[in-house]
Structure formats: structure tokens, C-alpha cells
Design a protein around this ligand. Sequence first.
Ligand code: PGA
Length: 251
Amino acid sequence: MAFIIANWKMNPQKASEAKALFEAVSSAAKRLNNIEVAVCPPFCFLPFLKPKKNILTGGQDLFWELQGAYTGEISGKMLKDLECDYVIIGHSERRLNAGETNEIINAKLQAALKSDLKPILCVGEKQGEELGPVIAGQLEAGLKNISKNQLRDIAIAYEPIWAISSGLGTGNPCKPDEALSAALFIRKILTNLYGRYLAEKIKIAYGGSVDASNVGSYLQNNQIGGLLVGGASLDADEFRKLLEKVNDLQI
Ligand code: PGA
């Protein structure tokens, strides 16, 4: 079953718009049996968006401490209490805009797991960077002290920063064979860290300028089982088409 993470980023601007978009996504998703969708809205909309059958919710971030005097932060337990199943950790926009290091990301992964959330760990290189050392460094430091048992609950999202449609990216999509070789490289690093048996079971998603027209090309291999979708998840019609196409692939 393919999993699709909708990263709404800092959109939309009103709760009424968030509710309408979530309703549209829910009614499209409930007719489909081969997908699981996790909508990750801004925190303030979570109380209005109740998870349903195959449409779940997640946070776009969380804080590394579990509670206390941390002005402006959100804990994993708060997300759990709002019925979130997932949390995105280490998105490139947080690494670059909020200065998140691999050590911070590792602490956030630990906090998410303690809060019973499933983390989606984002990794990816900037334009002009060599993929290998960047991804290996992000995985090795990001997963420090994460046990084999904990790894089972973590999904990895490969998001080449240059391929993101807005913000820090160029909007040039990553070619499907480049995404596939990055996924194989991620599995190689996971194999070095945890052994082949477990490395092959970990879910890997691709993200960066995914839309209804190109979605199939990223999933036509047995390495990438999910997608992290930004811009296209804000357009109800585009996202419905994307979900239907993924569902038809019968992954
Ligand atoms: P995009 O964003 O789909 O708009 O490229 C993906 C992401 O940044 O998660």
C-alpha cells in the first residue's frame, strides 16, 4: 500500500480553507483502497481535522523535549493528543530556515518515538552538493542511538532540495532514475547501520515537485513506496487526481 504525505507547509491561511481542503481530500481518499494518506497541516488546524479510515494526520515538526518551559514549541504528546500518527522531521526548510542540525533532528526523532508518533525523516542534498556524503551524514547522525526496533517505525523521505517546487528549490523535478538510485543508496546506508533484513523493510518516500502528471514514474520500482507532496497537495483537484493515479498502480 503506497503512503502519501501531504505537507501543507504554512498554508492555507484560514481554518475554513483548511477544513474544506481536508474534506475534499477525505472524500477522494475514502473511495480508494490502496493508499494511506497523512495530511500534515500547520499545527493550529489540527484540532479541526479529524483522521478517518485511510486519511491520517501528522505534524510538520515537534520539539525535542517532552514538556516544559520552551516558548513557542509543540511537543510530541500534544500532537498525539490531537490524534496525529505521523510527524515530519528534518525537512530541508527547517534545516535551512530554522538552523536544524543532524543532532537536533536526532533528538527530535527520539522525542517523536517516545511520544508514540511515526517519524518521517527527510534527507536530501542541495544543488551542487554530492549526494553520497550528504545523505550518509544525515542518516548516520540523524539515526544515532536509534535501535533496530525503533527504526521499524521510521520512514525516510528523499527530498533533493533543488527539486522542491517552491521556497528553496529550483522546481526542476528529479528524474525517476535519480530518485531510484538515491533510494538504493539510502538502503545501502541503512544496511550498513542495521543489516540487510531490516533495511529492506524500511519505507522510503520521494518528494520534490511531485504532481498528478509525474507521480507514477517515481513509484514504478520496488524501492520507493511513498511520496511527500507539497504544492500539489494544496490543490484539491490536482491532489485527488494524484491519489487516484497512485491507487491505480496497486502498490
Ligand atoms: P513540493 O514540496 O512538492 O512543493 O516540491 C515538497 C516538500 O518540500 O516537501
